[in-house]
Design a protein around this ligand. Structure first.
Ligand code: ZN
Length: 170
C-alpha cells in the first residue's frame, strides 16, 4: 500500500471523464487499497480515482461507518433535498454551500466485480453525489450557491460537516 498524491483544482485531469472498469486486475486492486490509504491519511470521507490522477470509475467512501468501495457506480434513485457545506480534498481549505438529494441509492460493483446496491442519507448521500460527480469530471465548486469560502476551524462547530473526518481537510 502506498499513499498517492492528491491532485488539486487547476489540474486538468480533474475535469476529465473516467473510464469504466472491466475487470478487477491486480493493478486495480492495488489502486483501491492505495485510495483507501490516501483518503484516511488525508482525513477525507471520500475519494475518486481521478483525484489521484487515474481516470477509472472507482470511488472509496467512509463517513465513519466503514469503507464503501464503488466500482462503476451509478445513482439509481434519489429523493428529498439537503443544503449544506461541502468540501473536497482536491480543493483544500475551501468550502461552499451545495444542494444535494437527502437520500441516494447507488448501484455499483464491489472489489470482486459483484453488482450490489447501497444507499444512504445526509452525509453519505452527499458523499455519493460528490464522488460520482468526480467521475464525470465535475467538481462541487461548479454547483455552489454563494461564494467559495475559506475554511476556518472554528466554523465547523455549527456546520453539517462538523464530522471529525472533515475537519482534517484543512
Ligand atoms: Zn471531491
Amino acid at each position: 500500500m502506498s499513499i498517492r498524491t492528491i491532485r488539486v483544482e487547476g489540474d486538468e485531469i480533474l475535469n476529465k471523464k473516467s473510464k469504466p472498469i472491466k475487470e478487477m486486475t491486480a493493478r486495480n486492486k492495488q489502486l483501491v487499497s492505495d485510495m483507501l490509504e490516501t483518503m484516511y491519511d488525508a482525513q477525507g470521507v471520500g475519494l475518486a480515482a481521478v483525484q489521484v490522477g487515474i481516470l477509472k470509475r472507482i470511488v472509496v467512501i467512509d463517513v465513519g461507518e466503514g469503507p464503501i468501495i464503488l466500482i462503476n457506480p451509478e445513482i439509481i434513485e434519489t429523493s428529498g433535498e439537503q443544503c449544506g457545506y461541502e468540501g473536497c480534498l482536491s480543493v483544500p481549505g475551501k468550502r461552499g454551500i451545495v444542494t444535494r438529494p437527502n437520500y441516494v441509492k447507488v448501484r455499483a460493483q464491489n472489489e470482486n466485480m459483484e453488482t450490489y446496491e447501497v444507499d444512504g442519507t445526509e452525509l453519505l448521500a452527499r458523499a455519493f453525489c460528490h464522488e460520482i460527480a468526480h467521475l464525470e469530471g465535475e467538481l462541487y465548486t461548479s454547483r455552489i450557491e454563494g461564494p467559495l469560502e475559506d475554511v476556518e476551524y472554528d466554523d465547523y462547530e455549527d456546520e453539517d460537516f462538523e464530522d471529525e473526518d472533515f475537519e482534517g481537510e484543512e
